[in-house]
Design a protein around this ligand. Structure first.
Ligand SMILES: O=C(O)CCC(=O)C(=O)O
Length: 402
């Protein structure tokens, strides 16, 4: 898996277009997608009912389209902290894959982490499309433009372990509106999935080939459109059609989508017909059903994207289920683990309880979310050095991946 970026089959569009040519080549498709997104108008501020549940209209829109854009969720002071934390984490990545030092000669972050925090790729590449990686869930290759001559050998593509590495990200994990949405979609006893920060530096960021996220429940007799949970993406910068995530609305209800056929129907290109980009301002948060077909293009634009991504499940989708995704960053692969039992779920969910407390220590005037599975146990889950060591250090070895 570590070398999948280099071993992937060369598709016709690999190494054909320069970065500038890719920009020109994409322009019309991006414009049409933007128009479709504007027409769909599937966005707005978080609206909660008096009892803290998400407004019915938003739930209905999310149910119908498989995504929604929440506007203005993260305010500027918090956004500044998140940007600072994310940029610091990016700067502490190994100077290239496999190196032990960062670009400033400091020891790279994460040598003492159980899961290496960085997945690095070649600039503008698609590490997974058309390969067997991740169970072959990315069957089609994205266009891989040629980066500019001064591009580095590798760039950061994904960062893992944010709740351990970035205090602001841990606090974000306890955001009362986001957790209220999670409870409304997945039930008050919802459980965490995992987290990853997608980094798409201008003119360098790699693509994410079209895929659906779920693994375990496609053939379940209990399958329904919400069984594989959802992901939030908190956007630290403006996201555009060129650098943002795209979705094919409604596909979360279709079961497994024949991606190769869709690509063929779109003339053999990665520019799927009817897909829409998730256009966001800084501080907006998207919610995407994990079964919704989604992907993103190589970022040949001049705009940076950093998307803090974390997901939640229904408890019933996870309890007793054998996990599938093993994360070792440079060795990302499918692997059966043990069945998730109550203890594993409770230990991983404790990150939410501690995040809520860390947040309320930092922003004491803000409404504090009450996470039902830990109601009455708040005093045992105060955020401090001891609970950090017990529950946050290497917490992502306990992710609940389905
Ligand atoms: O943000 C992206 O470009 C990809 C996101 C994605 O694939 C995911 O959240 O599963």
């Amino acid at each position: 898996m570590a070398d999948s970026a280099d071993n992937a089959d060369s598709a016709v569009m690999t190494g054909v277009l320069s970065r500038e040519q890719h920009v020109a080549d994409m322009a019309n498709y991006l414009r049409l997608g933007e128009a479709r997104a504007v027409e769909l108008a599937n966005r707005g501020p978080v609206r909660l009912n008096a009892d803290g549940t998400l407004h019915h209209d938003i739930l209905a829109a999310f149910d119908k389209h498989g995504f929604y854009v929440f506007e203005g969720v993260v305010q500027s002071a918090e956004l500044d902290e998140l940007r600072h934390g994310a940029e610091d984490m990016i700067s502490r990545a190994p100077v290239r894959r496999g190196e032990k030092v960062d670009a400033f000669g400091r020891p790279a972050l994460g040598h003492d982490y159980a899961i290496q925090p960085y997945l690095m790729v070649r600039p503008l590449s698609d590490p997974w499309g058309g390969t067997a990686a991740l169970g072959g869930r990315h069957p089609s290759k994205m266009t891989e433009p040629v980066p500019d001559a001064d591009a580095p050998e590798n760039v950061v593509y994904l960062m893992f372990g944010m709740c351990q590495a970035m205090p602001a990200a841990l606090r974000l994990y306890g955001h009362p509106d986001l957790l209220a949405i999670a409870a409304s979609v997945n039930g008050a006893d919802f459980v965490p999935y995992n987290d990853a920060i997608f980094v798409k530096q201008p003119g360098l960021g790699g693509s994410v080939s079209w895929h659906q996220d779920g693994i375990t429940h496609w053939d379940s007799p209990h399958w329904d459109h919400g069984i594989h949970g959802f992901n939030f993406q908190v956007q630290l910068y403006r996201t555009t059609a060129a650098n943002g995530l795209w979705v094919l609305p409604g596909t979360h209800r279709c079961g497994r989508v024949d991606i190769k056929q869709l690509v063929a129907d779109s003339g053999g290109f990665d520019r799927l017909r009817d897909a829409v980009p998730l256009l966001c301002e800084p501080g907006d948060v998207t919610i995407v059903n994990r079964q919704t077909l989604h992907g993103s293009f190589a970022n040949t634009s001049a705009d940076s994207r950093v998307s803090i991504t974390f997901g939640f499940h229904r408890r019933a989708s996870v309890l007793g289920v054998t996990g599938k995704l093993s994360l070792k960053a440079d060795d990302l692969r499918w692997q059966d683990g043990d069945a998730y039992d109550e203890t594993r779920i409770d230990e991983r969910s404790a990150v939410i309880a501690l995040a809520v407390d860390a947040r309320s220590q930092h922003w004491p005037d803000e409404r504090r979310f009450c996470y039902a599975p830990f109601a009455g146990r708040e005093d045992d889950y105060r955020f401090n050095e001891a609970t950090f060591e017990r529950y946050i250090r290497d917490y992502n070895t306990r992710d609940l991946a389905i």
